[in-house]
Design a protein around this ligand. Structure first.
Ligand code: MF3
Ligand code: CO
Ligand code: CO
Length: 265
């Protein structure tokens, strides 16, 4: 039996949108703030300040004992990196994951910033991660199935010669940070849970340049690739609204283009 998916009314979607809009504006601000010379702890402090002034709070702090307000995952860290004393340097890839809570509702998003010019490989990885998430978003339409999303993700990443970390999934979101359904990053078109209006979920494939095998560090949180290859991730929260699917964490792709956000470096 498939577990029940809490569908959202348009009023509830508007609450989630509010949290997601704060995430989008933070990521846009961070583009010029995240620089070599800053420690990941300083990045987290910046984010906390921006969140607070936007009327939100981090839903990550304390979540299952997570010790920080954001995840900062650098280079070979695929996910759940804990902000600390590491000082960012040119060439680093830093993924920032923000889960925001406003008035009982959540939004979730992640962006990867490439500091400096990077290498052809790191540029390809960031571009692949962006395109792969967007391919998943485009496949997330009412009338389709979640397997359509997973299949689009897998195919797009492969086209760029990147691997998808198949142990990680997207998830429904709303009152809780993690709700049904589970959004797998692989699948077959026409299979899996039907996508219906009222669903709100994240699309958040993690890509790496090497093999997708991971292990956990002794801090109990940081997940790294076994071959130490670099990772990148863009997470978007989407709402399925009848005939269209809105990216709640990205008001407008045109705006992203204009701001030369990833992958338009
Ligand atoms: N925001 C993450 C996600 O996309 C969850 C991080 S859980 C934490 O689902 F505990 F590591 F923070
Ligand atoms: Co998420
Ligand atoms: Co997240």
């Amino acid at each position: 039996m498939e577990k029940e998916i809490p569908l959202k009314t348009s009023l509830e979607v508007s609450r989630i949108r509010k949290a997601c809009q704060l995430i989008e504006s933070l990521f846009i601000e961070l583009k010029s703030l995240v620089r070599p010379g800053l420690s990941t702890m300083e990045v987290a402090e910046l984010c906390e300040g921006l969140l607070r002034s936007g009327g939100g709070t981090s839903a990550l702090k304390g979540y299952r004992g997570f010790p920080a307000s954001i995840c900062t995952s650098v280079n070979n860290v695929a996910a759940h990196g804990i902000p600390g004393s590491y000082v960012l340097k040119s060439g680093d890839l830093v993924s920032i994951d923000l889960t925001v809570h406003i008035d009982g509702w959540h939004g979730d998003g992640a962006w990867t910033y490439l500091l400096g010019k990077g290498t052809p490989d790191s540029q390809r990885l960031v571009k692949a991660a962006w395109q792969t998430t967007m391919a998943g978003v485009r496949a997330a339409r009412a009338g389709g199935r979640l397997g359509d999303v997973g299949s689009a993700i897998q195919k797009t990443a492969r086209r760029f010669g990147c691997s998808v970390l198949d142990k990680f999934v997207g998830h429904g979101i709303g009152h809780a940070m993690h709700e049904e359904p589970m959004v797998l990053n692989f699948g077959t078109v026409g299979t899996g849970q039907p996508i219906v209006p009222g669903m709100v979920f994240t699309i958040e494939p993690i890509l790496c340049l090497g093999k997708p095998d991971v292990r956990i560090l002794t801090d109990g949180w940081s997940i790294v690739t076994v071959d130490n290859s670099s990772c990148a991730q863009f997470e978007q929260t989407v709402a399925v609204l009848g005939s269209r699917t809105e990216i709640l964490t990205l008001g407008s792709v045109e705006r992203a283009l204009e701001l030369r956000l990833p992958p338009f470096y």
